[in-house]
Design a protein around this ligand. Sequence first.
Ligand code: TXA
Ligand code: MG
Length: 321
Amino acid sequence: MAEIGQDISQAKRVLDAAKLVAIPTETVYGLAGNALNPVAVASIFETKNRPSFDPLIIHVPSLKEAENYVTDIPAPLRKLAGQFWPGPLTLLLPRKETIPDIVTSGLDRVAVRVPDHQLTLELLSKIDYPLAAPSANPFGYISPTSPQHVDAQLGGKISYILDGGICKVGLESTIVGMEGDEIVVYRLGGLDISDIEALVGKVRVKSHSSSNPQAPGLLESHYAPTKPFLIGDLATLILDHTKEGTDFAVLSLDKKFDSIPSGYQIALSPGSDLKEAATNLFAAMRTLDESNVQVILAEMMPEKGLGKAINDRLKRAATKG
Ligand code: TXA
Ligand code: MG
């Protein structure tokens, strides 16, 4: 298992040696390496078992630092960065040549963000390179929101996890770029679309699919538990599975079912707060995935605010067919 601690100098030593460190952010934990060193970046792909056509986000300590790695920041995106960085916003910007091809999978744009976590910002200010970091989970599985989640799955492959506690947002960053004059959202995430539109006007949300793996947010099946994960009307699903005699667990926004033992049901937010639900989502999916049931039954959230981003993750987690 990996060492878990809060020693920034140790994290820096590991990174300076072109090795990987798991870092806390406000969204999810990242598996970080020196973005300017193709060897370090290659080991990120290898450690996660991630296909090389899926590009990585680089993390920098400030907007000013971001300027070193991109040739231009269009005005609306600059406005968003000014308002929401540090925070759960990733911008797709035209890259400078200093960013290795392996980071962007050969694409012209690089994904950049300033994470909102004090330990990681401190680490970023002490190194002279950006950190390439995807979520610190094996490719396709649920993203980690605690050091223990990272350790459970990648602990055998990395030496150090920087412990920043539980991620307060709990969903990956919202990814935004421009196509001509149009502002495009490529992945729904921890920053609500309505907050973006309030600042820069209407945006287009581009849906992505497995038939277009170059698009961000990427593959349709993602964030997935190992157990069958079914979404629908909970009352109906519970009735059907009770009749069949299947062992199941239930994931809801705010419900409590008297007929189901407490260890086999999780309400993401008993007070129906979507922000709280987002924070708890991935940990809840993991807990139920690790319980001794055959199937997980879940309901969709209201399609508003962060509910849209949660629903995106639920749909990708869902068992197809
Ligand atoms: O909140 C987050 O964004 C977390 C934390 C660690 O920062 N990171 C994260 O990274 O979720 P990852 O690699 O799990 O997801 C990044 C997504 C991928 O779907 C990838 O396809 C897309 O961003 N992406 C990265 N660079 C891109 C680029 N140059 N063009 C298009 N899409 C890109
Ligand atoms: Mg990921």
